[in-house]
Design a protein. Structure first.
Lengths: 201, 660
């Protein structure tokens, strides 16, 4: 009797689960900081909460990894999941609040973050945390989303539209308005830099 | 080239503690996950004896041990097994092969499975599985023939034929005739599936997964070769022998190429680069670039559909038994020039699509900017600043890679040129090859700079004579955008077919629209301008103005100061000549205020007080809030001069006072 040969039985690397697990862990390494940053900024810099939701995001992503369409960038997919995780969180929070009739001061989140002041002010292209805080505070939710995605990971308008489930024109408009605020905040710093530049040269 | 400095949000580092916690959760999830259903490999299932029975019926199989058997229940299970288990058996059985009555069902099940798969990765792996299944089926066929002939099916190393595979003497194209031999068809089909898998690898965006898939294709090539060698030892058909030998040749070369090339690009490049290769460049060796039938390609879908859906006879799917193994011959020999056709193609594509993209960008720009600019008046500095900033942002988004704000560069693209040995060519070599490959007329002033070893900055400058034109300085993409002018009109859209000389000829339609900012009256063939002083048009922003008109507008604006309280422009006298009017009524005089501002005042101080009182009544609360003054503590008389100055500055009255 001939020994039937089947390569799929003998090649360990053909184990699809193993391949996808490895691929997912690689993606985790690449995107963990970016996803965390996105949630961090989106939650008004609440570090503890951002870490929890980052964890939830990656676990959910892993569970649904077989539905990931490789024709799209992984970043688009993971940001969409992160956004949904945050929406779920806010929904649950809102429910809990209604049930307990206990009002929570949202500003507590903000004030309890001592680490915010610890950031060094970067004088090059990166904004300082204070500036970021100033920029993001007061922006409507959608604009905030767009600005973070644009200036954190340089996502294209098309990708942002895909993630936020809006059309590209709306995203462009939101970005344009968000950028205006970015400029307003950054302008004094840029002026200072220009004035001080002779001393550095 | 220096890129415009861009604002970035700093990326936050996930803390080590949180990272650890996530990894722990992830590890648990990975361990708990037994595999995604869609990826379970069908060939791993056992298809013989009690194991197969258990596989078919799962854990319930244990229930049918003899001691526990109940006849009625067994009957029910047999019926259920017939409905559910039979397709499983048919699908997994390698004993069902071409020519069997159940084979068309088996192929339908394969098609069904294929259609459920999502994405190129799943399909790529499934094609490899199918390739393996075809070889198994071929082997079953051969075994049956041998049994019929009374031979014992033996495959041992001692009997293995050592096929000499000479890649150097391989012809450029091999036509394989399967002669309607089912074994030959199955073997050829197996090769087609490997090739399909390789093609699927091209469309995978994720490099990690693509790389793994390519690696597995390579391993499948090796294993298939071994199996083909075994098949060769146990069959005597010259047709099959011929096909196997040729496919093995293709496999060997393809495998070597995959080894040789960068894994990330390998499979893709192996397929792509050869498609447009000139014949004289082809060497002696050959990769398996594409395997196809001479009637335009093999379609699993149509083949299988015919089995199940349309009741067509099985053999109709192989109407023409001729397969062509289409080899493209190329010896790469570490020559970096081999990458040039790709680069040439990319460059030509950029240049070809550039005019269309200009047009697209311009349309997009017109759509978005009107709404954002409506809050500004065109003669205000803010209007211009806003417009410029928006344009730059928009150009960054839409025209990145094309637009350079520092130099007069039409197109700039960076290419990395190195060969497999890591050697890079000199600038002169690159230029020489570019001049050979690319029409010099297209890239007359091509500039090539070596930014670092192996990386070249290839710059196509703006055509001669157009360097000083504003729009090139502004990025070179918007002909309708000029410093100090704004032309938004359907007719001002960029027409790529128009010659540049035609565009800027004095008296031409484009000169009128683009340079002078007017509108072309087709009836009289003259350039006409809008009446910019029309009150109604003031709100229609933007509109076309010439430099002269712009200057007039500035004068107009000076003479019509904006009153923030009334939220309107102060009208002095529209119909009379302004100079004459100023002679009669000196600004700042009592008459001036009484006549035109309807105030009983004899000095600017009184005017300010009047306005200030009005302000206090209407805007006090918000003003105090903005200035962080507690309204309860506020005493009107105690309003300081500083605060008053702030108010006057905010309401632009300070400048108005100076004018008076």
């Amino acid at each position: 009797m001939i020994q039937m040969y089947s390569w799929s039985q003998t090649l360990p690397s053909l184990d699809m689960k193993q391949i996808l697990d490895t691929a997912f862990v690689n993606h985790y390494e690449t995107y963990k900081d970016k996803v965390y940053s996105y949630i961090f900024y989106r939650l008004d810099m609440d570090q503890a909460l951002a870490e929890d939701l980052t964890s939830d995001t990656f676990i959910k992503a892993y569970e649904k990894f077989d539905t990931y369409d490789e024709q799209f960038a992984f970043s688009t997919w993971i940001y969409t999941i992160a956004r949904n995780v945050m929406t779920d969180y806010f929904r649950t929070l809102s429910k809990q609040r209604n049930e307990s009739l206990c009002e929570e001061d949202e500003s507590e989140h903000f004030q309890s973050n001592d680490h915010v002041d610890d950031w060094n002010i970067a004088l090059d292209t990166e904004a300082s945390m204070k500036q970021v805080q100033e920029i993001l505070t007061g922006l409507p939710e959608f604009q905030k989303d767009c600005v973070i995605m644009k200036y954190l990971d340089e996502l294209s308008t098309k990708e942002i539209a895909h993630i936020t489930d809006q059309n590209e024109a709306s995203v462009r408009q939101a970005l344009s308005r968000g950028i205006r605020k970015v400029r307003t905040v950054l302008k004094p710093l840029m002026t200072l830099l220009i004035l001080l530049s002779p001393f550095f040269l | 080239m220096k890129k415009p400095q861009r604002f970035r949000l700093p990326v936050q580092k996930l803390s080590v503690r949180a990272d650890k916690a996530i990894r722990t959760r992830l590890d648990k999830a990975i361990k708990a996950n037994e595999g995604w259903g869609a990826f379970k490999n069908p060939s791993q299932a056992s298809v013989g004896g009690w194991g197969a029975f258990r596989n078919m019926f799962g854990d319930w199989g244990a229930f049918f041990q003899p001691k526990m058997a109940f006849a009625t229940l067994a009957m029910a299970v047999v019926v259920l097994g017939g409905v559910w288990g039979a397709p499983q058996y048919v699908y997994h059985s390698s004993n069902i092969t071409k020519g069997d009555s159940l084979y068309s069902w088996k192929r339908s099940l394969e098609l069904e499975k294929l259609q459920k798969l999502q994405g190129p990765v799943q399909r790529g792996y499934y094609y490899l599985t199918l390739s393996d299944r075809r070889l198994d089926e071929a082997q079953t066929l051969i075994n049956r023939d041998r049994k019929k002939a009374g031979l014992v099916a033996v495959a041992s190393a001692a009997e293995t034929k050592h096929t000499q595979i000479s890649t150097s003497s391989a012809p450029k194209k091999l036509t394989l005739s399967t002669q309607k031999n089912p074994t030959a068809e199955l073997v050829a089909e197996s090769a087609l599936f490997v090739e399909r898998s390789l093609k699927e690898a091209q469309s995978v965006q994720d490099k990690t997964i693509a790389k793994t898939l390519t690696t597995n294709v390579k391993q499948a090539l090796k294993q298939n070769q071994k199996q083909l060698a075994k098949l060769q030892t146990i069959q005597d058909e010259p047709t099959v022998d011929d096909i196997i030998a040729k496919i093995q040749t293709a496999y060997v070369v393809q495998e070597r190429l995959l080894d040789q090339w960068d894994q990330q690009e390998g499979a893709v490049f192996a397929m792509k680069a050869i498609e447009n290769m000139p014949e004289e460049m082809l060497g002696d060796e050959v990769p398996m670039a594409a395997i196809m039938m001479d009637d335009g390609g093999f379609e699993l879908e149509s083949t299988s559909r015919s089995f199940s859906g349309y009741n067509e006879p099985f053999d109709d799917t192989f109407e023409d038994p001729i397969f062509i193994l289409d080899f493209d011959f190329e010896d790469y020999d570490d020559e970096w020039e081999d990458e040039l056709p790709e680069i040439e193609e990319a460059l030509e594509e950029y240049v070809d699509t550039l005019p269309e993209e200009f047009l697209q960008w311009q349309n997009e720009w017109e759509d978005i900017h009107e709404e954002d600019l409506e809050y500004f008046l065109p003669w205000e500095d803010e209007y211009k600043d806003e417009r410029d900033e928006q344009w730059q942002d928009w150009a960054d988004d839409w025209a990145e890679g094309y637009v350079n704000f520092d130099d007069t560069v039409l197109l700039q693209k960076e290419f990395e040129l190195t060969n497999d040995l890591g050697e890079s060519p000199s600038v002169e070599e690159v230029r020489e090859v570019f001049e050979t490959y690319i029409d010099p007329e297209d890239f007359e002033d091509l500039q090539i700079h070596e930014t670092e070893e192996g990386t070249f900055d290839i710059v196509i400058p703006v055509p001669e004579g157009l360097e000083d034109i504003d729009f090139f300085e502004q990025g070179g993409t918007l002909p309708a955008y000029y410093e100090g002018h704004e032309i938004i009109d359907e007719t001002s859209q960029y027409n790529p077919d128009l010659e540049m000389s035609e565009v800027f000829e004095e008296g031409s339609e484009f000169h009128c629209k683009e340079d002078l900012g007017g509108f072309w009256d087709e009836e009289v063939n003259e350039c006409v301008f809008e009446d910019v002083f029309n009150e109604e048009d003031r709100n229609h922003i933007p509109f076309a103005v010439t430099e002269e008109e712009h200057a007039e507008m500035e004068i107009y604006e000076e003479q019509h100061p904006y009153d923030p309280i009334k939220d309107e422009f102060l009208h002095i006298q529209e119909d009379e000549d302004l100079e004459e009017y100023y002679e009669q009524v000196e600004p700042g005089s009592e008459d001036f205020f009484e006549d035109h501002l309807d105030l009983e005042a004899d000095s600017t101080d009184v005017l300010e007080d009047e306005l200030f009182d009005t302000f206090i009544e209407s805007e006090k609360e918000s003003f105090l809030e903005e200035e962080f003054i507690d309204p309860e503590e506020y005493v009107e008389d105690a309003f300081t001069d500083t605060e008053k100055d702030v108010f006057l500055e905010e309401t632009h009255l300070e400048s108005t006072r100076e004018d008076f």
